[in-house]
Write a protein that binds this ligand. Structure first.
Ligand code: FDA
Length: 419
């Protein structure tokens, strides 16, 4: 257990590095800095240590993605993440996990999860901190950070603290009820940094209640789709990374009472901007027109039953109903133009969300500290010597699938080597 915020003895009043925020990035950075011989203090205001790691990946922590690379991240400065990701890779973190004897498995497209529990990753990080002699205080709030000669002075629950360097690892705004705050953004602004406006990402999308009413009975229905938004200029596995380009994913979509969720929608939500439409292919890239033409020639099934062989039954019925198509009619009796219209509608369903479920439900925060004012090799502020920003507080946001933790590890490692 970390020590709560009792006053620190005067002998420890000066630190090489104080890391604020003991989440994924802060724990890892503190551990590596301590192991390099620096005198490190790690502070967090939350009661519980690393709550986001604990709840991540449904309790099993999708701790990295084997294939993580710069193309899996959004940022208004897309090349910024290259250096850190290249110098501390998924393979490096996997090697650390193996050294700690944590067994894991690949679930889907390179996503690695603990076989046991995400607690194992927290224990691993704490034991790495211990071997670096890192001092930890939690819960311990920091009220102010001031630049002084040769470093910084902090007002904290553990008393006034002096340090040569400060690392801000306080994350983004997602899930305020487990400790997310805008502290990192406030410190960034205090020292003259620009912010890329933070917004909820990897988040369910919502629709106007009246417009969504016909879909409410479909809550719980899930299917694989192809989904895109924006201009859709870059396609395929490498989705767009810049502010103004679109993206496309083939993943599962889930209908909810208020809108759409599931991996497909979480992925596209990071690219979605208010007013943008979503284009959804409910056939996930299959040639539905050809399938229906073929079924007309070879199947005696009713249209509703035929459609239910490749779409969830509830969705097939609701779709035919709302489009005035005869579910009971046998396939050979259907008009070609009705089948064509059906195929087109299913493969080009276009709908415009009216919002997101917000930071309350968002897995991450996109935007954050503008990376143009940070050194990509060390995460150091170009405005204030001795100040560093790592992890989610920075304007680098990963796709769903272990990429956000890989950014936390990689940015922490880059920073620890630069302290
Ligand atoms: P993180 O949020 O982990 O840590 C920030 C720390 O700073 C917190 O401990 C907080 O208490 C502290 N803090 C905040 N304000 C402070 C203040 N004023 N003073 C002191 N301390 C302060 N990613 C992934 O790759 N794989 C996954 O499986 C998942 N799953 C997942 C599930 C859910 C439900 C969520 C919400 C998120 C995920 N993520 C994920 C995303 C991942 O959890 C996230 O990107 C990282 O935890 C970010 O690490 P950081 O260390 O930057 O912030």
């Amino acid at each position: 257990m970390p020590t709560p915020a009792e006053p620190l003895p005067p002998t420890s009043a000066r630190w090489d590095t104080i890391v604020i925020g003991a989440g994924a990035a802060g724990l890892f950075c503190a551990a590596l800095a301590g192991q390099r011989g620096l005198k490190v203090l790690l502070l967090d205001h939350a009661e519980k240590l690393a709550e986001k790691i604990r709840i991540s990946g449904g309790g099993r922590c999708n701790f990295t993605n084997r294939d993580a690379g710069p193309a899996n991240f959004l940022s208004s400065n897309p090349d910024f993440c290259r250096s850190a990701l290249a110098r501390y890779t998924a393979a490096d973190f996997i090697a650390l996990v193996r050294r700690h004897g944590i067994s894991f498995h690949e679930k889907h497209r390179g996503q690695l999860f603990c076989d046991g529990s995400s607690e194992q990753i927290i224990h691993m990080l704490v034991s790495e901190c211990d071997s670096g002699g890192v001092e930890r205080r939690q819960p311990c709030a920091v009220r102010a950070v001031r630049a002084i000669d040769g470093g910084f002075e902090l007002d904290s629950d553990a008393g006034p603290l002096k340090t040569r360097q400060v690392v801000i690892a306080t994350g983004g705004l997602s899930i305020p009820k487990i400790g997310a705050t805008d502290f990192g953004y406030r410190i960034a602004k205090q020292f003259g940094h620009k912010l890329i406006e933070p917004r909820p990402a990897l988040v369910p999308l919502t629709f106007d209640a009246a417009a969504w009413a016909p879909f409410v009975p479909l809550a719980g229905v899930s299917l694989e789709v192809a989904i895109e938004t924006g201009q859709g200029r870059q396609r395929g596995p490498v989705a767009a990374r810049g502010r103004d380009t679109g993206a496309r994913f083939v993943e599962d979509l889930l209908f909810t009472h208020r809108g759409l969720s599931g991996p497909a929608v979480l992925q596209i939500s990071s690219f979605w901007r208010p007013g943008d439409a979503l284009r959804i292919d409910l056939g996930a890239g299959a040639d539905l027109a050809a399938r229906l033409r073929e079924a007309k020639l070879s199947s005696r099934r009713q249209l509703g039953n035929e459609l239910a062989t490749w779409l969830p039954q509830r969705l097939a019925s609701a779709w035919l109903d709302s489009h005035g198509l005869p579910a009971e009619r046998a396939m050979p009796e259907l008009r070609d133009r009705d089948l064509e219209r059906l195929a087109q509608g299913l493969s080009r369903w276009t709908i415009t969300p009216d919002g997101t479920e917000g930071f309350r439900k968002a897995e991450v925060t996109a935007g954050g500290v503008d990376t143009r004012e940070l050194d990509s090799r060390t995460m150091a502020s170009k405005r204030q010597p001795g100040l560093f920003f790592i992890g989610e507080v920075v304007d680098v946001t990963g796709w769903l699938g272990g990429y956000n933790f890989q950014w936390a590890w990689a940015s922490a490692a880059a920073c620890a080597l630069g302290l």
